[in-house]
Ligand binder design. Structure first.
Ligand SMILES: Cc1cc2nc3c(=O)[nH]c(=O)nc-3n(C[C@H](O)[C@H](O)[C@H](O)COP(=O)(O)O)c2cc1C
Length: 171
């Protein structure tokens, strides 16, 4: 049976997720140079895989203009966005080729991958393996460093829209 992609998106969109910007810096490249240097990709396909060893994954479209660059980066940072960082999500989901880092506040890891200011958490990973996932690659990283804020609300994605966490937590 063939599944219509639109209907698939509608159904899987019922699974609410957070949003992350995964950041990279190809070896030897520095922040600032247009068309090269650090880059980021908005994703909602982040999942923890294993605690021991600590592994996480995200899925990357093979059609992404960054696919080959991701293959070339040993390290990446999963920046989990906070409520109010919708502009960052939109910026790193844009196919605009220039100015991705204009007025973006960020630190960097030792390997040069940007750590976005104000994110709820930054999970630094070393690339372990990339599995085949149809029209996506399943990128698995081994966690090498962690940083998170004890408070703050996440930016969420649900049914194709950004939503806020209702303050009333249950359970
Ligand atoms: C909320 C949201 C979640 C996304 N999740 C993913 C994802 O998990 N994997 C992916 O490859 N692209 C994802 N995208 C799309 C990429 O961010 C976007 O296609 C890419 O940054 C644009 O570059 P491109 O022109 O090379 O495709 C997502 C976009 C948005 C807005």
């Amino acid at each position: 049976m063939s599944i219509d992609p639109r209907r698939f998106r509608n159904a899987i969109g019922c699974f609410a997720t957070g949003i992350a910007v995964v950041t990279f810096c190809p070896e030897g490249q520095e922040k600032g140079a247009e068309g090269s240097g650090p880059f980021g990709i908005t994703v909602n396909s982040v999942t923890s895989v294993s605690l021991e060893p600590p592994l996480v994954l995200f899925c990357l479209a093979r059609a992404s203009r960054y696919y080959a660059d991701v293959m070339a980066c040993r390290e990446f940072v999963i920046n989990i966005l906070a409520e109010g960082q919708q502009d960052l999500s939109a910026r790193f989901a844009s196919s605009a080729t220039q100015g991705q880092w204009r007025e973006v506040a960020a630190g960097v890891t030792a390997a040069g991958a940007p750590v976005l200011a104000g994110a709820l958490a930054a999970i630094t990973c070393s690339r372990e393996v990339i599995h085949d996932g149809g029209d996506h690659g399943i990128v698995i990283g081994r966690v090498t460093a962690l940083d998170w804020r004890p408070e703050g609300a996440p930016l969420l994605y649900y049914r194709g829209r950004y939503v806020r966490l209702d303050g009333d937590m249950q359970g």
